[in-house]
Design a protein around this ligand. Structure first.
Ligand code: SF4
Ligand code: SF4
Length: 463
């Protein structure tokens, strides 16, 4: 009697499980259909035809076994699919251990701005500064002769010469050049009393209203500052770290202009965003000086700090394989602006975004697409006592001088650069929280967008 009773309960439990799994299969078939139809739509509006086709195919095929299991009431099949989804889901949320020391945080030495490619490019051949620099750094002479032999940025003889686009880029660089005179200025002797909290409450939304995307503050450390000026009239001057705080912000580079990189739209967009970030920085610096606090804007061609490092330490992103700041939502498709000040801003400890570096370890897409092979395919290495990635800035810049643009293939193809929408944000969420998802997200990106995606066409109005 008891034996029959147990069997009856077991039968009930099994019936319940079968019902649950068939219902689950129905929900899954619908969910897969909706998710992949939505993805098809997103890829279509992104003009990614191949990706849209793949997503459409998946939206048709993937729901089939789930739908069949539900429709024909195939209990065993439903149970297998149910168990499979649960196990896969558990694997995705399992906190597999990932290294939290992929890259070292703190550079040991200050960088001399005179060693930066832009500074070396500005050295006039035969000038005193030119002679002195290459006397002190003979090993760099051969490397720099290589880029000097090429056509040059914005040159008519460059591969991607475009008369109108290059003129537009020139106009933006010219305008930001006019700002150089006002990066610094008179400080109002009448200092206004403002609390750090009130300043933060006002400054962050205001910076966004001016055009910034993300804004935050940090305390300045020695390694944020260049040791010597490398550009302009102050070439060779010692930088004395006059401020203790920084406001760092990003401005977004428009996706449509970036996707055609390394063609001419990229240099137009870079120049425009240098101008936009410069304008925002100039306004913020003047605002602080007007309130009685010393402040300096750091803008294109007139930096005293290494902006990506300041922005990283203000919590705006990480510096990954390609050596640029990558933010969680726009990836490297941003330009960075910085204002340094003596106003005591309210800062907090930055939360390291280790998942971005962990993704970089496996992704390598930028390294694969780089036309000059300037990005390492290897794991981070010890460079001057610091574990990190380092790009070959000489070969990168030499390619710029061939192309006539600032290339940007790496930032155009980085999976973090995809637009800020529900589909890509769901993927960013997976990358952030699931170590396993991080392993498959890069191959998935390759499946939909291609391992070495071709540059998109220039926007119609530039062609
Ligand atoms: S393309 Fe990949 S490896 Fe390169 S920076 Fe972006 S995420 Fe990192
Ligand atoms: S800008 Fe171009 S050449 Fe330079 S690292 Fe990126 S992809 Fe390579």
């Amino acid at each position: 009697m008891i034996h029959t009773n147990i069997n009856h309960k077991q039968l009930l439990a099994m019936a319940y499980l079968f019902n649950l799994s068939t219902l689950f299969c129905f929900i899954c078939s619908l969910a897969f259909l909706v998710i992949f139809l939505y993805s098809t739509y997103i890829f279509y509006i992104e003009n990614e035809k191949k990706a849209a086709l793949i997503a459409l195919l998946i939206s048709t095929l993937l729901p089939i076994p789930y739908f069949v299991a539900w429709y024909y009431n195939y209990n065993i099949l439903a149970l297998i699919l149910f168990a499979d989804i649960i196990l896969t889901g558990l694997l995705f949320i399992y906190p597999f251990k990932t290294s939290d020391t992929i890259c070292d945080e703190t550079p040991l030495n200050k960088v001399d701005e005179r060693d930066v490619m832009f500074s070396r490019n500005e050295l006039e051949v035969g000038s005193e500064n030119y002679k002195t620099y290459y006397k002190q750094h003979p090993e760099k002479k051969v490397l720099d002769d290589a880029f000097r032999r090429e056509a040059g940025l914005g040159s008519e003889k460059a591969i991607f010469n475009h008369t109108l686009a290059f003129a537009a880029a020139h106009a933006s660089f010219f305008t930001v050049g006019q700002f150089k005179k006002v990066v610094d200025g008179q400080v109002n002797p009448e200092k206004k009393k403002i609390s750090s909290k009130d300043m933060g409450i006002f400054l962050k939304p205001w910076a966004k209203k001016l055009g910034a995307l993300d804004v935050d503050f940090c305390k300045l450390k020695d390694y944020h500052w260049y040791s010597y000026k490398g550009r302009g009239n102050e070439y060779g001057d010692i930088i004395n770290n006059p401020h203790s705080y920084a406001i760092a912000f990003t401005v977004e580079m428009t996706e449509g202009m970036v996707k055609a990189a390394p063609q001419s739209s990229i240099i137009m967009e870079s120049a425009q965003q240098y101008l936009d970030s410069g304008r925002v920085a100039i306004q913020i610096a003047e605002f602080l000086r007007h309130l009685g606090y010393s402040a300096r804007a750091h803008i294109d061609g007139n930096y005293q700090v290494i902006c990506p490092l300041v922005a990283r330490d203000a919590g705006l992103g990480e510096i990954g394989r390609m050596g640029l700041l990558m933010t969680p939502k726009q990836g490297p498709r941003v330009r960075v602006g910085v204002v340094t000040t003596d106003f005591p801003l309210e800062t907090r400890d930055r939360k390291k975004l280790n998942y971005m570096l962990d993704f970089c370890l496996h992704c390598k897409k930028c390294a694969e697409v780089c036309p000059s092979k300037s990005i390492s395919l290897e794991d981070p290495k010890m460079i001057d006592g610091v574990k990190r990635w380092q790009i070959n800035s000489e070969s990168c810049f030499t390619y710029w001088c061939k192309a006539g643009t600032d290339c940007g293939r790496c930032l155009a193809t980085c999976p973090f650069s995809h637009p800020d929408n529900l589909l890509h944000n769901a993927i960013r969420f997976g990358i952030k929280y699931s170590p396993l998802f991080r392993r498959i997200a890069a191959p998935l990106d390759n499946l939909f967008y291609g391992r070495k995606p071709k540059p998109k066409k220039l926007p119609k109005w530039i062609r």
